[in-house]
Design a protein around this ligand. Structure first.
Ligand SMILES: NC(=O)c1ccc[n+]([C@@H]2O[C@H](COP(=O)([O-])OP(=O)(O)OC[C@H]3O[C@@H](n4cnc5c(N)ncnc54)[C@H](O)[C@@H]3O)[C@@H](O)[C@H]2O)c1
Length: 268
């Protein structure tokens, strides 16, 4: 997709952080956008910013962990703007702490948003995008935590590794339809991810207040606008991996070296 002009984007988690920056970036490049999030006041603020830029956006309150919500979102997007060309499955939440003390609620919540949220996006939007025969692009927000394991981040790592694997296969599966796939893998970004607990539903709260401090990430903390700009460039150029921090390279290399070293070789 060489240009976003006249295209329609949907951004989940579009009320804050990376999602908000994706919304504003798409609008600046001429797209109309559907902002989908749990946080209605923040979404209203984003839509107002879009209008100030002279762009068009609507807000649809959506819980991505609820398949029916995401289906209704897709219906609303197509009813309002006629089609969807850029689907950004971006909503996500984080929990911190060692795996042996992760609660069942932690697992359910993080996988419901970070993994099932992406799956629900695909289930709802792909049939419509394929039927429209206009090509398009899917951007899934994973993380460097989807490429490298970090102690104290196991539940989140699990969800993000799944999103990377899903995206890698999706890129192959969607090629015949002219739908590209990118997977966004940032390290630190200055957003509200560290206060993800604000979005935890009541039925998945932990029985006791046993909150681990967020893991300190190495490397720079980028602004969400810089990360969104890299993601949008990758969509335009149809690149699969969007790795935003060069600081991650050594860790990625070490992981692949360890995998390579584990491969048995025939001795001659
Ligand atoms: N900030 C970082 O350092 C960082 C690094 C790597 C990856 N990420 C990923 O980036 C994505 C965006 O997060 P962010 O950093 O901008 O954080 P953020 O908290 O600023 O924004 C996340 C948005 O998602 C929304 N959201 C949460 N649960 C939702 C649900 N069930 N349904 C719909 N919306 C929901 C929130 O209301 C919020 O507006 C996430 O997938 C996150 O895992 C962030």
């Amino acid at each position: 997709m060489d240009s976003f002009a006249g295209r329609v984007g949907v951004v989940t988690g579009g009320a804050s952080g990376i999602g908000k920056a994706l919304v504003l970036g798409l609008v600046r490049e001429g797209a109309k956008v559907v902002v989908a999030d749990l946080d209605e006041p923040a979404m209203a603020g984003v839509v107002a910013e879009v209008r100030n830029l002279g762009g068009e956006a609507i807000a649809v309150r959506t819980d991505v962990s609820d398949r029916k919500h995401v289906e209704a979102l897709a219906e609303r997007a197509v009813a309002t703007f006629g089609a969807v060309h850029v689907l950004c499955n971006n909503a996500g939440v984080g929990v911190w702490g060692p795996l042996e003390s992760a609660t069942h609620q932690d697992w359910e919540w993080v996988l419901a948003v970070n993994l099932w949220g992406v799956i629900h996006g695909l289930e709802a939007f792909l049939p419509r995008m394929i039927a429209a025969r206009q090509g398009g692009h899917v951007l899934n927000t994973a993380s460097m935590a989807g490429l490298v394991a970090t102690q104290g981040l196991g539940v989140y790592n699990t969800s993000k590794y799944a999103v990377v694997g899903l995206s890698e296969t999706l890129a192959k599966d969607l090629r015949p339809y002219g739908i590209g796939v990118s997977v966004l893998c940032p390290m630190g970004v200055a957003t509200r991810i560290r206060s993800s607990e604000r979005n935890r539903p009541a039925h998945l709260r932990n029985p006791t207040e046993r909150r681990a401090e967020p893991v300190e990430l190495m490397g720079r903390t980028l602004e969400p606008e810089a990360v969104a700009a890299m993601a949008l460039a990758a969509i335009r150029e149809n690149r699969l991996y969007v790795v935003t921090h060069e600081e991650g390279l050594d860790a990625i290399r070490r992981r692949f070296q360890r995998i390579e070293q584990a491969v048995p070789r025939a001795t001659s």
